[in-house]
Design a protein around this ligand. Structure first.
Ligand code: EPZ
Length: 417
């Protein structure tokens, strides 16, 4: 087991370079098996979710070559066998193999995916989409068997603009016969990145990034080279850390437009932030105003930044409210923030934060990935020592977090216990 120790209350200055997006990478790796040749993807983050997906590729006899920041995936000798529970439960995104295997072989057998416990996380919309394309879905205990004689294009309306369902249906439809239209599709940048990857292979997808995606099925997908977009959630996390401790911090290699909603909220509460072409520079302030924020699908305020943002609002004067609309269980970090000295009450899906609070280091838990990021942000701000357990959650999504923070002056280390 690993734990993280932070000696907080230190000003941080320097540059943090943002890695490739986790939530694009975890879809691109399964999507790569759709090629009939070889796919090269660069700017791959070295996080444990990437390793877990590569383990699935290897179990399917796919040839995987890793070099620094890139991966070459060749599925020419692939075997479409059942994906065991030991693989699927390691992360949520294992479910993208369902769409990709169905799209390529018309059959996928795998166990229910794992991932952070932030809500019920059903996959009914993914399965309904597969059925609309002509597949039969059977669920035996925790195992899904999805198969089709033939996949055909369909008009699919998503009841919720789900990121996972949009990508999974795209993966299944890309080699189906005829045209598929996904309405009320999710618009997150990661979806655009996956659609671009598939189009680089020869797919015919239009409209990614809007709420209507059209996919004209093709028979063959070829060789391709692709680059993962910068991680907007990792960027947002370090921008928030900059607003807490930056003197200043430059967050580099980002697409600022992808974090527009966060930047607007930061400007509203009075954070000093300069926006460049592919970077932002953030300096911490002494006096921040309070605000209200509600999470929403892209381009709204991302649920994945809600937890780190609550940490910043403990430093605002007055009463702020954060309402979570995507996940039912994403306030597990709040009791730990209160242990650190915050004054936060959660009622239904809204956290009311009264600031400004002096944070003091103590022992806390990373209950999930972004709750863990919130603990890191709070630990860096708090005076004294903060010890975070369950840091495995954090390492699933933040590449070289210790090295990146140390390089700007943080006193942070991971210990094996
Ligand atoms: C993706 O999860 C991200 N994960 C999440 O990031 C992120 O929080 C979420 O999108 C929202 O932005 C990955 O990309 C791997 P959804 P996903 O399907 O695809 C409901 C992080 O911290 N729903 O858009 O699983 C669902 O319960 C993570 O990096 C159904 O009801 O999210 C939720 O309330 C955590 N039925 C809402 O839709 C379905 O079939 C949005 O979920 C699918 C979803």
């Amino acid at each position: 087991m690993k734990l993280m120790e932070i000696e907080g209350g230190i000003e941080l200055s320097g540059t943090i370079r943002i890695s490739g997006a986790k939530n694009a990478t975890v879809a691109l790796i399964p999507a790569a098996i759709l090629t009939d040749e070889e796919a090269t993807i660069c700017n791959i983050p070295e996080i444990t979710d990437t390793e877990a997906l590569c383990d699935i590729l290897k179990a399917l006899n796919v040839d995987v070559k890793r070099a620094s920041e890139s991966i070459v995936i060749n599925p020419q000798n692939m075997q479409n066998i059942e994906i065991g529970e030991q693989f699927s439960k390691k992360l949520r995104a294992s479910y993208y193999f369902m769409g990709a295997l169905l799209g390529k072989y018309k059959k996928a057998v795998m166990y229910f995916p794992g991932g952070c416990s932030i809500g019920a996380r059903p996959i009914d919309l993914h399965l309904k989409g597969f059925e609309a394309l002509g597949a039969k879905v059977t669920n035996e205990k925790n195992k899904y068997i999805v198969e089709a004689e033939e996949l055909h294009g369909a008009n699919i309306y998503l009841d919720i603009a789900s990121v996972g369902a949009t990508i999974n249906i795209m993966l299944a439809a890309v080699r189906a016969k005829g045209k598929t239209v996904i309405d009320n599709a999710a618009k997150e940048p990661e979806i655009v990145n996956v659609a671009t990857f598939l189009n680089n292979m020869g797919a015919k997808i239009t409209g990614a990034g809007t709420s209507t995606i059209k996919i004209e099925g093709v028979d063959y997908l070829g060789k391709c080279f692709h680059e993962v977009i910068p991680d907007r959630i990792e960027a947002g996390t370090y921008i928030i850390i900059g607003a807490l401790c930056g003197n200043p911090i430059k967050v580099d290699n980002i697409i600022p437009e992808h974090v527009d909603s966060l930047i607007s909220k930061l400007e509203e509460i009075g954070v000093d932030i300069q926006v460049g072409a592919d970077y932002v520079i953030v300096t911490r302030g002494e006096k921040y105003k309070s605000t209200n924020v509600k999470t929403a699908v892209y381009p709204g305020f991302p649920t994945d930044l809600q937890q780190p943002f609550t940490v910043l609002l403990t430093q605002s004067n007055g009463k702020s409210k954060v309402t979570e609309t995507i996940w039912e269980n994403r306030f597990m970090h709040i009791p730990y923030l209160n242990d650190l000295g915050a004054d936060i009450v959660v009622k239904n899906q809204t956290a009311t934060i009264v600031g400004k609070s002096e944070l003091k280091g103590t022992n806390v838990v990373a209950t999930d990935l972004r709750a863990g990021a919130a603990m890191v942000a709070a630990g860096l701000k708090a005076e004294g020592k903060t010890t975070i357990t369950n840091v495995e959650h954090i390492l699933r999504g933040y590449e070289q977090i210790i090295e990146k923070l140390t390089s700007v002056g943080a006193k942070i280390e991971i210990k094996e216990i």
